[in-house]
Design a protein around this ligand. Structure first.
Ligand code: PGA
Length: 254
């Protein structure tokens, strides 16, 4: 059975002081939940990662970054490398989020370079894929997402896939309050599993986690998570509210 995963993507939110408060609240809350077959990850902004790592040292909450560069070091002003993230206690990194694709022109090629470098540095990669509303309305959503998956994972082998998690996040559902229905999400997750099987074989496909993301909250999470191919969630807005985030974690256990 695949272990489930709930990851909170804080995006560009929370100062250091605000982060401290939220991390402490989440930590206290998660301590009271019996985390059965589920991992919890939080992905604060870079500026709060070291603090998170200090505060969560002896907890069962893991830390992820929201982005990474594809070289280990060098003259790349403003970038952060995978060794730097490892060094401060990051275990996960989100790569290819639609906001990076949209606002920073990240291409499948660039995303693939990042995935390869992050894996070489022993980070677990949460690779985001997802179509825009326009693409869905033109009925090319399956093709687009399959392309993002295939190109993003180019030159990765079955062994590398042990550290890859896929997050399906339809762009039209991110931050809009419009969630994909459990059936819509499940349809895409099933397609993704077929694509993974074509690329890496049945066994890898069966063991790979596929998360859903896009306006997940405490009211819709239970119905999404009970779908057979949805292995957890990448949570944006609701991960900034302790009560909502804890309820979402609860909903995957129950
Ligand atoms: P949202 O964001 O939950 O606020 O829609 C999800 C994400 O972008 O990861």
């Amino acid at each position: 059975m695949r272990k489930k995963l709930i990851a909170g993507n804080w995006k560009m939110n929370k100062t250091l002081t605000e982060s401290k408060l939220l991390i402490q609240e989440i930590k206290d809350g998660v301590e009271k939940i019996k985390l059965k077959n589920v991992d919890v990850v939080i992905c604060p902004p870079y500026t709060s990662l070291h603090l998170a790592s200090e505060l969560l040292k002896n907890s069962n909450i893991k830390i992820g970054a929201q982005n990474v560069f594809y070289k280990d070091y060098g003259a790349y002003t403003g970038e952060i490398s995978a060794p730097m993230l490892k060094d401060i206690g990051c275990e996960y990194v989100i790569i290819g989020h639609s906001e990076r694709r949209q606002f920073f022109n990240e291409t499948n090629y660039l995303i693939n370079l990042k995935v390869k470098n992050a894996l070489q540095n022993n980070l677990k990669v949460i690779l985001c894929v997802g179509e825009t509303l326009d693409e869905r309305e033109n009925n090319i959503h399956l093709k687009i997402v399959d392309e993002q998956l295939t190109l993003g994972l180019k030159e990765i082998n079955g062994d590398g896939m042990k550290n890859v998690i896929i997050a399906y996040e339809p762009v039209w559902a991110i931050g809009t309050g419009k969630t994909a229905t459990p059936e819509q999400a499940e349809e895409m997750h099933k397609e993704l599993r077929i694509s993974l099987a074509n690329l890496f074989g049945e066994e890898v496909s069966e063991q790979t986690l596929i998360l859903y993301g896009g306006s997940v909250n405490e009211n819709n999470s239970f119905n999404l998570f009970k779908m057979p191919n949805i292995d957890g969630g990448l949570i944006g807005g609701a991960s900034l509210k302790t009560e909502s985030f804890l309820k979402i974690i609860q909903s995957i256990i129950n």
